[in-house]
Design a protein around this ligand. Structure first.
Ligand code: GLV
Ligand code: MN
Ligand code: MN
Length: 400
C-alpha cells in the first residue's frame, strides 16, 4: 500500500478530538462517540458486523466470532491529555487497511478476523489504564470500574449513561475470550529503537512491569501569610520530597519513575494546602526491581511525613506484571516480516492484558521523534503504510 492510501483513511479520523494543545480524546465523551461512529462507518463499508462487548469496547467482524479461534487486531482511540495522534488510533486505522489489502488480494479467512477499539486504555479520564481489556478479561471488578471518577467527580457509570450506554452490562466477557485464538496489536513505537535500526516495523518481545500509585498527603490548611513556619503541617513539603525520592530510588536500581500529576486542595496561592495528591508511575525491567522502587519511596516518604507532621496514604491504582509475548508467535511474525527487529517496551498496552489469556503479539511502527504521549509523536505515512502491509501479512499468515 502507498502512503496516499493510508492518508485517505487516516485523514478522516485525525481531526476528531484534536486541538492546538494536542489530542483530547477521552472515553465516553463526544470525541469518543465520533470515533465510534467513524469505526461503525468503516465496518459498514467493509460489510463487517459491529457489536459492543460487555466492557464498553467495540468490535467489527469479518466472519463470525462464534465460529471460534478468532484472530483479533486493533487498539484504542482514547488519548492522554494533550496526547499525540498515533498512540492507539494507528492500530485501528491499520487494521481496517489490512482488511482492504487482504480483500483485494482475494484472501479467504478460515478463522474469523475481528477489529477492536478498546475503551479507556490510557486511563486519561478515569485514572485506571486498560479499563476495557481488564473488564473483558475479569482483571477489573465491574463495581470498581463503575465507581471510578473523573476529575469532575463524574463516575464511569454516569459517563456511560450520558453516552446512552448501559453500565449494568459491564463485566467479564468469558465467551468472547474463549472464542479468541490470537490478538495482534499494531502500535507506534514509543522510543527511537526502530529509527536507530533503520527499520519501519518491529515486533515486541516484552512489556516491563509497571503500575500507578496514588499518594494522598494530608496536613492542615491554613493562612499562607499568618501561619509561622513552626506551626505548619504542610503536605506539599512531603509531596515535593516524594517527587525527588521517586527519581532517586528509580535511578539507583535501574528503573523509571515519574510523577506526572499533582493536585493540591484547596489549590490557592495564599493557602497552605490541606491535602495534596500525587500519582507515581513506576516501571522496571523486572518485578523485584519495581518492588524495590515502590517500597523504597514508601519508607522514605513515611519517615519524611513524620518530620513534616503530615500523614500519607498510598493506594495502588493499577499494577501490571511483566508480560513476555508468546515466543512462538513473536518469532513466526518476525521471520514472516523478513527478520524485523524484536524489542521490549516500557509502555503499557491492552495487548499486555490480553496476553494473560490469548497468544498475543505486537507490531511497532517507527516513530521519527521518539516522542509519545505528547503532540510531537510522529510516524511517517510511508512507515504507516508499511505497518498496515505488515499487519495484513500477519493476518493472512494466521487466519487465511
Ligand atoms: C500507556 O500508554 C502507558 O504506557 O501508560
Ligand atoms: Mn499510550
Ligand atoms: Mn497505546
Amino acid at each position: 500500500m502507498d502512503a496516499a492510501e493510508f492518508r485517505a483513511l487516516w485523514d478522516g479520523l485525525s481531526p476528531i478530538g484534536r486541538s492546538k494543545r494536542g489530542y483530547e480524546r477521552y472515553s465516553w465523551t463526544d470525541a469518543d462517540q465520533q470515533c465510534r461512529n467513524w469505526f461503525r462507518t468503516q465496518a459498514d463499508k467493509r460489510g463487517m458486523e459491529v457489536e459492543t462487548g460487555r466492557s464498553g469496547n467495540i468490535f467489527a467482524w469479518w466472519g463470525s466470532l462464534s465460529d471460534g479461534d478468532a484472530v483479533l487486531t486493533g487498539s484504542h482511540f482514547d488519548s492522554v491529555p494533550h496526547g499525540g495522534a498515533f498512540d492507539g488510533p494507528l492500530g485501528i486505522v491499520s487494521a481496517f487497511l489490512a482488511i482492504d489489502v487482504l480483500r483485494r488480494t482475494g484472501a479467504k479467512p478460515r478463522r474469523p478476523i475481528g477489529i477492536v477499539a478498546f475503551t479507556e486504555e490510557e486511563g486519561g479520564r478515569f485514572g485506571v489504564p486498560c479499563v476495557g481489556s481488564r473488564l473483558m478479561t475479569g482483571a477489573l471488578d465491574p463495581d470498581v470500574a463503575r465507581n471510578l471518577t473523573d476529575r469532575d467527580g463524574i463516575t464511569l457509570a454516569e459517563a456511560m449513561e450520558a453516552s446512552a450506554a448501559d453500565p449494568s452490562i459491564l463485566g467479564v466477557d468469558r465467551d468472547r475470550l474463549a472464542n479468541l485464538g490470537a490478538f495482534v496489536e499494531l502500535h507506534i513505537e514509543q522510543g527511537r529503537a526502530l529509527d536507530a535500526e533503520d527499520a519501519p516495523v518491529g515486533v515486541a518481545s516484552a512489556i516491563w512491569p509497571h503500575g500507578r500509585w496514588r499518594f494522598t498527603f494530608t496536613g492542615e490548611a491554613n493562612h499562607a501569610g499568618t501561619t509561622v513556619m513552626a506551626d505548619r503541617h504542610d503536605p506539599m513539603l512531603t509531596a515535593a520530597f516524594m517527587v525527588l525520592a521517586a527519581r532517586k530510588e528509580a535511578r539507583i536500581v535501574g528503573g523509571i519513575a515519574t510523577v506526572g500529576r499533582l493536585d493540591a486542595e484547596p489549590g490557592a496561592a495564599n493557602v497552605i494546602p490541606g491535602t495534596v495528591r500525587a500519582w507515581l508511575d513506576a516501571r522496571a525491567p523486572d518485578e523485584a526491581v519495581l518492588g524495590q522502587i515502590v517500597d523504597g519511596i514508601e519508607s522514605k516518604v513515611v519517615d519524611r511525613a513524620e518530620r513534616d507532621r503530615t500523614r500519607v496514604a498510598i493506594e495502588a491504582e493499577s499494577e501490571t506484571p511483566l508480560v513476555e509475548f508468546d515466543a512462538g508467535l513473536r518469532d513466526r511474525i518476525a521471520e514472516l516480516l523478513g527478520g524485523v527487529p524484536i524489542l521490549p517496551t516500557g509502555a503499557g498496552h491492552d495487548a499486555a492484558v490480553l496476553a494473560q489469556h490469548v497468544p498475543t503479539a505486537m507490531l511497532f511502527v517507527r516513530n521519527r521523534t521518539g516522542v509519545s504521549h505528547a503532540p510531537g509523536e510522529k510516524a511517517d505515512y510511508e512507515d504507516c503504510a508499511a505497518g498496515a502491509d505488515a499487519l495484513a501479512a500477519v493476518l493472512r499468515e494466521l487466519a487465511c
